[in-house]
Write a protein that binds this ligand. Structure first.
Ligand SMILES: Cc1cc2nc3c(=O)[nH]c(=O)nc-3n(C[C@H](O)[C@H](O)[C@H](O)COP(=O)(O)OP(=O)(O)OC[C@H]3O[C@@H](n4cnc5c(N)ncnc54)[C@H](O)[C@@H]3O)c2cc1C
Ligand code: SF4
Length: 335
């Protein structure tokens, strides 16, 4: 299903962009809806950081909870029912989630509402929440503390070379400690990126063919080749406009964004998750059997093997991150 229009864009607010996974287009869309007295549904981590769940946000400060990708399947609970109540009360609602969650909501509602706008993220797949819990508890034991927050897409090295930023409160000293683990070294990210731990439906994702959202947002992987002027290493979003309502929201909300229209082909060249499901690894069933019987240490030993990148990519990345680190130190920035 080809969209009507495709854009590369990013939010001009640098702080918002740094705390978002891609170019922070989500925050621009959400702020516009909040300014219209609307309500935004999206995904946050639970208080104990062991799960991800949908919540409703009605003010700007609440958006910090929704910002950033949480790489695990989120609990929907009674969200669809709550959305229906708000729609029937005439509230403007922005619902954001994966394609299957948007389709699920639309099927649940059974009819169109003028005051509902749906945004989905291009979705490679959602990892098992049970694996996330095991990982979180393993990290807590290893670091001797309690996980207080997690950023799955920390841009300290760069947008493309992202990592996990974990804040752990030490026990018994109650000191907050921050850990940055590059995606290439983190055991959870390795298992995610090698597709072992995704939900069964993700290998045959029906939402790749049936898109019921008004807008789709994603990372603009490959932007450096398509529109280098839109790539400053801090994150660029890909936006696919699917309906007139989606177009209207994007046109109204893009004042704080730098943007450029591109072709669909250029937009998705580096992002096959837009149109096809990932292949189910032959070890996937054995992985879940092992997850139930092995300790996390053994599981990671067996499955969290280094992802193989070509020498060219490894050298390029090393040079890029070293230059960025040097520039940050010279500029007295975050290190
Ligand atoms: C499980 C998952 C897989 C993804 N796979 C890809 C991919 O293959 N290619 C790609 O280009 N982009 C993928 N994304 C999307 C990408 O990571 C960014 O979320 C997206 O580009 C929006 O970024 P942003 O900077 O505009 O806003 P951000 O502030 O980073 O995004 C926040 C938005 O993501 C939603 N969200 C966060 N976690 C979840 C979750 N667990 N379930 C449902 N919605 C969630 C929030 O509700 C909010 O709408 C994936 C996201 C998730 C959650
Ligand atoms: S890959 Fe498809 S089925 Fe899996 S979470 Fe994403 S949208 Fe849903």
């Amino acid at each position: 299903m080809k969209p009507e229009k495709v854009y590369a864009c990013f939010n001009k607010d640098k702080d918002v962009r740094l705390s978002s996974s891609s170019g922070a287009v989500f925050s621009s869309l959400a702020e516009y809806v909040l300014n219209k007295n609307g309500i935004v549904y999206g995904v946050t981590m639970s208080e104990d950081c062991y799960s991800a769940e949908f919540i409703a946000v009605t003010d700007r400060s609440g958006l910090t909870k929704l910002r950033g990708s949480k790489y695990l399947q989120a609990k929907v609970g009674d969200t669809f029912k709550k959305v229906k109540v708000e729609l029937q009360a005439g509230k403007l609602v922005l619902f954001t989630g994966t394609g299957c969650q948007v389709n699920g909501l639309k099927n649940f509602l059974g009819k169109d509402y003028k005051n509902l706008i749906c945004v989905d993220v291009i979705c490679h797949g959602a990892p098992s929440p049970a694996l996330w819990r095991e990982y979180a508890q393993y990290q807590e034991k290893k670091m001797r503390g309690k996980l207080k927050s997690i950023n799955f897409r920390c841009k300290d090295d760069s947008w493309a070379d992202f990592g996990m930023k974990e804040v752990i409160k030490s026990i018994p000293k109650n000191k907050m400690k921050k850990y940055f683990i590059s995606k290439d070294n983190d055991s959870y990210m390795r298992m995610f990126l090698q597709d072992y731990c995704l939900r069964p439906s993700c290998y045959e994702c029906t939402a790749k063919k049936v898109k019921m959202s008004d807008l789709t947002i994603a990372d603009f992987w490959g932007i450096n080749n398509v529109a280098p002027d839109m790539d400053d290493g801090l994150g660029t979003s890909l936006v696919l406009i699917r309906t007139a309502k989606g177009n209207e929201l994007f046109e109204s909300a893009n004042r704080n964004m730098k943007m450029k229209e591109v072709s669909y082909e250029d937009g998705v060249k580096g992002n096959p998750a837009e149109y096809k499901s990932c292949a189910r690894p032959s070890q996937r069933d054995k992985f879940f059997e092992d997850m139930r019987t092995m300790g996390f240490d053994d599981l990671k030993e067996k499955y969290a093997v280094p992802i193989q990148y070509s020498l060219k990519i490894r050298v390029k990345r090393k040079i890029k991150t070293t230059v960025k680190r040097i520039l940050r130190v010279i500029g007295g920035g975050r290190e």
